[in-house]
Design a protein around this ligand. Structure first.
Ligand SMILES: *Cc1c(COP(=O)(O)O)cnc(C)c1O
Length: 336
């Protein structure tokens, strides 16, 4: 085995040594505390373990050249955590308390925030702890909220290679009403099809396209890109409303791109791919180029097969904002 130094550690494999934690009991969130990261005691009958009452968030804090640490679009991520909680009938976390927990974790872990292009990845996690295995159709009345932090380095260290994406037109990623919910069960549901595509087609990810309509992959939104033009599915309840997606759509017009949000089909995507680009968007990698689309046993090269110039340009523009090298729209960055 080769040793893993932080700079080449896989995404999320290292945690800082401090977390924030609070419990929901007797109808209220308790004051939170900072604790050493480590096991917490939960009852084996806990609701989340049996009935999947769990959701989470993922976002980043960046160390700028001036030494300050700045969180990207924290308000949107906290709002989405609350929305996920509502959808799963979990106790809704208090937005002010979650922000305080994030701030306190960052403050205690300030020295562990990597320099750009690294970042500190924040991972709030909410799960139902009511110990009652008879509660299959009863919401949990107890819950735990934890904020973990993980130093992450450049996702594209080594240049970054264009992804191979398998187009899945039969299996769905999740139940239709849970598309907008960031819950572990959706990842579990996508895992089987993703591993099958990896085994059968050496695919990196699966693009879910129920009824032949392009939706998203297991953990990222999907863009078709070409000179002066961005196309992505319009918001509906079938997929996760990515903050990265929203941010790219917001900055693209000023970079000369027409933004189109609508349903499009696999056939249209494959026609586009002949000369265009495709990419996945999400907090972890920001924007990752797709080089090959696989449908059935046919492989379709996307553009030249390498990461496209527009994909690189859009990614660089968003990264510059996140890292404080370019002006950000009002409210996107919170100095901690
Ligand atoms: C988290 C996630 C995304 C990306 O969302 P961002 O807010 O951009 O990080 C996309 N799809 C799914 C299914 C996700 O869970």
């Amino acid at each position: 085995m080769t040793s893993t130094t932080p700079q080449n550690a896989p995404f999320g494999s290292i945690l800082t040594d401090v977390m924030a934690i609070t419990w929901y009991r007797k109808g209220a969130w308790q004051p939170h505390a900072l604790k050493a990261v480590g096991p917490i005691e939960i009852h084996p009958a806990a609701h989340a373990l049996h009935y999947g009452s769990e959701c989470f968030e993922g976002f980043k804090a960046y160390k700028w050249a001036d030494g300050s640490v700045n969180v990207f679009r924290m308000d949107r991520h906290i709002a989405r955590l609350r929305q996920s909680a509502r959808s799963l009938v979990l106790p809704e976390p208090d937005a002010v308390q979650v922000e305080e927990m994030v701030r306190e974790v960052i403050d205690r872990c300030r020295a562990a925030v990597p320099d750009a292009p690294g970042a500190l990845y924040l991972r709030p996690l909410l799960f139902g702890t009511m110990p009652n295995i008879g509660a299959a159709s009863t919401p949990t009345d107890e819950a735990c909220l934890v904020v973990l932090a993980s130093p992450v380095w450049d996702y594209f260290a080594g240049g970054g290679k264009a992804l191979r994406i398998y187009i899945e037109e039969e299996a769905t990623r999740c139940a239709s009403h849970l598309g907008v919910v960031k819950t572990g069960g959706n990842y579990a549901a996508a895992l089987g099809p993703t591993l099958a595509a990896r085994r059968g087609h050496q695919a990196d990810q699966v693009l879910f396209c129920p009824r032949g309509e392009v939706q998203e992959t297991g953990a990222a939104n999907f863009f078709a890109i070409r000179d002066g033009h961005l196309l992505t599915r319009g918001l509906d309840s079938s997929f996760l409303h990515g903050v990265t997606r929203d941010s790219l759509l917001a900055i693209a017009p000023a970079l000369g791109y027409r933004v189109e949000e609508r349903i499009f089909t696999v056939d249209e995507l494959l026609a586009w791919a002949k000369t265009g680009e495709a990419a996945l968007s999400g907090t972890a990698a920001v924007l990752s180029g797709v080089g090959t689309l696989i449908r059935g046993s046919a492989e379709h090269r996307v553009g030249s097969g390498a990461i496209g110039a527009n994909t690189q340009r859009l990614r660089a523009a968003l990264v510059a904002i996140q890292q404080g090298a370019a002006a950000a729209p009002e409210g996107w960055l919170t100095r901690v």
